[in-house]
Design a protein. Structure first.
Length: 222
């Protein structure tokens, strides 16, 4: 848990950015997780004794990397919509449309900074909804054991945290949080809504339909 962060939980899932004075500037959305392979390598490096080192090295050799992708579906006040994500190289931009950008694609979970989205709140009047989501692009499996956490941080140091816990078996995507205007205030609402292969083959389309964002999707690569 980040020190001093406001943690969004099931019991307290919504926070007002306005009440925290976060009404302009940039918000950085950070996704961090520990891949099974990175954890196994760290364990192997810290192991003491020959037997422990051999056993940890074997685990590191068989553990698989997991590629999590952070994204943001955006609906604008004028009815327009778009997505910022690594898939399709739709990295966005901060200084101009869509005023949201992804800084990198962490394919292994080993990057210390994780993946980061930046949202330009100087243009918040143009946003209707921003849905933060994450999905497993490669590596198979699900989110269990990844210790994934998303932190939203303002320019002035305010921090809001969402932990991706209670993952059901086979969950390969999660709607993390929804940023929208409610009763005149910009709020962040914890979602942590999981999706499995049973929900449909096109995960972005499945999430978009679940939140009635009305987006049209085409296959993409990265």
């Amino acid at each position: 848990m980040a020190s001093g962060a406001v943690v969004l939980t099931k019991a307290s899932p919504v926070v007002s950015l306005d009440k925290h004075g976060v009404t302009s500037g940039l918000i950085r959305v950070n996704l961090n997780w520990t891949s099974p392979q990175a954890a196994a390598r760290r364990e192997a490096g810290e192991a003491r004794g020959l037997f422990q080192r051999v056993r940890a090295s074997l685990r590191a050799g068989t553990a698989k990397d997991v590629d999590l992708d952070l994204g943001c579906m955006i609906r604008f006040s004028d009815g327009g919509k778009t997505v910022v994500q690594a898939l399709g190289n739709s990295f966005g931009a901060v200084g101009h449309f869509p005023y949201v950008a992804l800084d990198a694609d962490d394919r292994t979970g080993a990057r210390a900074a994780g993946e980061n989205l930046v949202i330009n709140l100087d243009h918040q009047a143009e946003f209707s909804k921003l849905l933060l989501f994450v999905y497993i692009y490669g590596g198979g499996g699900d989110f269990r054991g990844l210790d994934a956490v998303v932190t939203l941080a303002s320019d002035r140091g305010d921090r809001f945290e969402v932990r991706l816990d209670d993952c059901p078996p086979h969950a390969h995507a999660c709607a993390i949080a929804l940023i929208k205007r409610r009763k005149g205030e910009l709020v962040v609402g914890r979602e942590v809504r999981w999706f499995t292969p049973q929900d449909g083959p096109g995960i972005q389309d499945t999430i978009s339909r679940a939140y009635r964002l009305g987006m049209t999707w085409t296959p993409g690569t990265k």
